[in-house]
Design a protein around this ligand. Structure first.
Ligand code: ADE
Ligand code: ZN
Length: 338
């Protein structure tokens, strides 16, 4: 209907998409074959792209998804693989009128396979350079995430390598985040990593919390890690004081509605506290997370929210303006996006 057309035309900002979460089963099989990668033989899901796609309909939890997500990494070897993956995402996002994209990637899970950090960034930068020509209205930023299923010292090693690259200070990397499994991974575990990064001059911080984990993790991430954003943050709604704090501090939640439904964080889209966050003036954006796994890119997420909540044009204006204000780009770029 008319609102869906408006949502397609609306200039969008995407703040929560993992580039490795954009690898389709077809591309995974193609790259694995090209690179001579052996697929897991003990899981019938890897018999064909169709079987893998079917398996994605039956995720039971974040950790169940993460198993498949990290197998997907194994096909990514050369800079050209990262370039193709990134360029294809940017082309699709641009077709949905994404004008500003901040893209997560997980260096530790590549470096541990002997794919160097500079290979990843070379491929992603090559895609960004082509996008500057082909998608002139699109600004692009990259954000590395530390991985919580790995030991904390590995996160310190990652930070050291990223700092040594100089990429936080030359415009290559816009900030620092963390992702992967959540339950049992309290923010206090990572305080020393975030403190070191801040002391070294890194300026924008975020962290995945409140996806499966309790609202206390969100509260403690704000106080211990000093993040200016929370990725997901859905369960913040369970704590009224936290909701007020998020509104007061203009902390942006990067919500991922289809992801929450597919990973069984909620039973139904209607259970995501979109209305509560709007009414409490909590800033949030709507994002795709891992679109190749969850059955939709940003436009499908916007439409699913509209179907579930029947928002007004004014609601969408508020969401769109909040997403621009919460973006990690210059104030002059924000003016252009408005
Ligand atoms: N890595 C990729 N997608 C993720 C998610 N939804 N939660 C935590 N880590 C992730
Ligand atoms: Zn995520």
């Amino acid at each position: 209907d008319k609102l869906h057309q408006l949502l397609q035309a609306l200039p969008k900002c995407e703040h929560h998409v993992h580039i490795e979460g954009t690898i389709s089963p077809e591309l995974f099989f193609r790259l694995a074959s090209k690179n001579g990668i052996t697929l897991p033989s003990d899981d019938p899901a890897f018999e064909s792209p169709a079987a893998l796609h079917a398996r994605y309909q039956n995720f039971t939890s974040l950790d169940d998804f993460l198993h498949y997500y990290f197998v997907g990494f194994s096909a990514l070897i050369n800079a050209s693989d990262f370039e193709a993956l990134t360029y294809d995402y940017l082309a699709l996002a641009y077709s949905q009128n994404v004008y500003h994209a901040e893209i997560f990637f997980d260096p530790q899970a590549h470096i541990s396979r002997n794919v160097p950090y500079h290979t990843i960034i070379a491929g992603m930068n090559a895609a960004k350079a082509r996008a500057a020509v082909d998608f002139p209205k699109l600004s692009i930023e990259f954000i590395p995430c530390l991985l919580r299923h790995l030991p904390v010292p590995s996160a310190h090693e990652l930070l050291d390598e990223l700092l040594a690259s100089g990429h936080f200070f030359d415009g290559t990397l816009v900030g620092f985040g963390m992702s992967s499994t959540e339950l049992g991974k309290h923010p206090s575990l990572y305080k020393s990593v975030y403190d070191s990064a801040r002391a070294a001059g890194v300026s924008n911080f975020t962290a995945h919390y409140g996806e499966e984990g309790p609202s206390d993790y969100v509260k403690d991430a704000l106080s211990l890690l000093n993040v200016s954003r929370i990725d997901h943050g859905r369960r913040s709604a369970e704590d009224a004081d936290l909701v007020a704090q998020l509104a007061e501090s203009a902390t942006m939640l990067t919500l991922c509605p289809l992801s929450n439904v597919i990973l069984k964080g909620v039973d139904r889209m209607q259970d995501i506290p979109i209305r509560e966050f709007l009414d409490a003036n909590v800033r949030f954006s709507i994002n795709s997370d891992d679109p190749a796994y969850f059955g939709g890119y940003i436009q499908e997420n916007y439409c699913a929210v509209q179907e579930a909540f029947g928002l007004t044009v004014d609601d969408w204006g508020k969401i769109a303006r909040g997403a621009i204000a919460g973006s990690w780009c210059s104030s002059s770029r924000k003016e252009q996006l408005l």
